[in-house]
Write a protein that binds this ligand. Structure first.
Ligand code: NAD
Length: 412
């Protein structure tokens, strides 16, 4: 007997073979339904995000709702142009002839998403898959159960179930899906699971997109507007899901002389945003689960760093809350500097000269994002030329992901 996952893929492939998902009209109808779903069910989406992460409503709107809306808008605006065959130059050898590149959908694709932006990081790759004319299965993260269950309900209600489906579940359900032959797998999550996904995909020679994590540095030069810099770091670290974001600042590098001024400015910036007691603030997300709380707690309590806290440090296990916490001069071999933090902890490493920061960054695996704050144009150019990372922003954090052309998650 065929498994549920095998039957689902069979059904989706049959639907794909009818050619319906390929048509411009079908793609537009599904994209418009997603737009409608986001507008009509905004309140439900915000409630689910609050249940999963205590995500503040404003943050939920900006980083989940608005992101999905603008992806839909962009896809609807560009779809005709993306579907249009592209003329290719011919050569003397084929004269007289014409040639063109025709984009075509791949077939049935699987999107496996994560818990930190559980709505936008689920729906945006699905928008890409639909835009490209594929049949799609979304497997949301079980670690954000309220959003996962809402996505399952909303997709049934708003989308064409013969070609777009949600499968909820944990490792066994994902493993069953991964045993099937897909035409593409789009995965967002940790490198550890990324290896499992790639191994499963290799069996069927299925191409994969892996959206993984990493440690994202921010280099702070002394030639900056200190208040603006501190506010932008606070926004990109703690106002981005309390640091549970793949491109949030993972650690800071600055000079020994400048570190005390920077710490003071960050302390003020945190107070401006979250009040004198951030543990009571309604404007900051909580830690997603008790497992992640314990993981962060063990990073904080490691004997090499527990006495290096200069701001914050408060935590409440029952409410899964950890205050914005800054460490000064943690050793390079501490766990804080060895693994992706993915939470509200922010170590500051000091160097003699700001240029030394580049060797430090380059001694580690390539970051997903790298940030530099400076008014020095020579340093800007040197940083861009010397640091290789997935993305980069100068004098800001995180915002580069809002530029569509820099970050397209379409599946072709
Ligand atoms: P997670 O635990 O939710 O796992 C992600 C997905 O993998 C889930 O759907 C889960 O069900 C599935 N999964 C987990 N274990 C599995 C297994 N053994 N076999 C098959 N599937 C399995 O999320 P996570 O891994 O904790 O995500 C956090 C990571 O994601 C961080 O490293 C973060 O940087 C990264 N991330 C990257 C991006 C990006 O765009 N690059 C965005 C967000 C998060």
């Amino acid at each position: 007997m065929q498994s549920e996952a095998a039957l689902l893929v069979k059904e989706l492939n049959e639907s794909f073979r009818t050619g319906k998902t390929k048509s411009y009209e079908w793609r537009v109808s599904q994209l418009k339904s997603i737009e409608k779903m986001v507008v009509e069910r905004e309140k439900d989406i915000c409630e689910a995000l609050y249940k999963d992460l205590s995500k503040p409503e404003f943050e939920a709107f900006v980083s989940e709702i608005a992101m999905v809306k603008s992806s839909c808008k962009e896809a609807l605006k560009e779809l005709k142009h993306w579907m249009k065959p592209e003329k290719a130059k011919t050569s003397m050898e084929t004269y007289p002839s014409s040639a063109e590149i025709v984009s075509e959908p791949l077939g049935a694709v699987l999107v496996i998403s994560t818990w930190n932006y559980p709505f936008s990081l689920s729906v945006k790759p699905v928008i890409g898959a639909i835009t490209a004319g594929n049949a799609t299965v979304l497997k949301p993260s079980e670690i954000a159960p309220a959003t996962s269950s809402l996505l399952s309900k909303l997709f049934e209600e708003y989308l064409d179930r013969s070609a777009v489906r949600v499968v909820e579940g944990d490792v066994p359900q994902t493993t069953a899906l991964l045993e099937q032959k897909w035409d593409k797998i789009f995965y967002t999550g940790s490198p550890r699971v990324g290896r499992i996904i790639m191994t499963a995909a290799a069996k069927h020679l299925t191409p994969v997109v892996l959206e993984l994590g990493g440690k994202c540095p921010a280099v702070i030069d002394s030639d900056v507007d200190l208040q603006v810099t501190a506010r932008r770091i606070v926004a990109g670290k703690w106002q981005a899901n309390n640091g549970q974001a793949c491109i949030s600042v993972d650690y800071i590098i600055t000079t020994k002389d400048f570190a005390p001024k920077l710490i003071d400015a960050l302390r003020k910036g945190i107070e401006e945003c979250f009040g004198t007691d951030p543990m009571e603030s309604k404007d900051i997300s909580r830690i997603v689960s008790s497992n992640h709380f314990s993981r962060l707690q063990s990073l904080m309590d490691e004997y090499k760093v527990y006495n290096k806290i200069v701001v914050g440090g408060q935590r409440n296990q029952k409410e899964l809350k950890i205050a914005p916490t800054i460490f000064l001069d943690v050793p390079g071999d501490s766990q804080l500097m060895q693994e992706e933090i993915f939470g509200p902890l922010l170590p500051i490493i000091t160097v003699e000269n700001v240029k030394d920061s580049i060797d430090l960054i380059n001694s580690k695996p390539k970051p997903l994002a790298a940030y530099l704050f400076t008014n020095n144009d020579k340093l800007k150019n040197y940083f861009v030329q010397s640091v290789s990372s997935g993305g980069m922003a100068i004098n800001d954090t995180v915002l580069h992901v809002c530029i569509h052309l820099l970050l397209m998650t379409h599946i072709y």
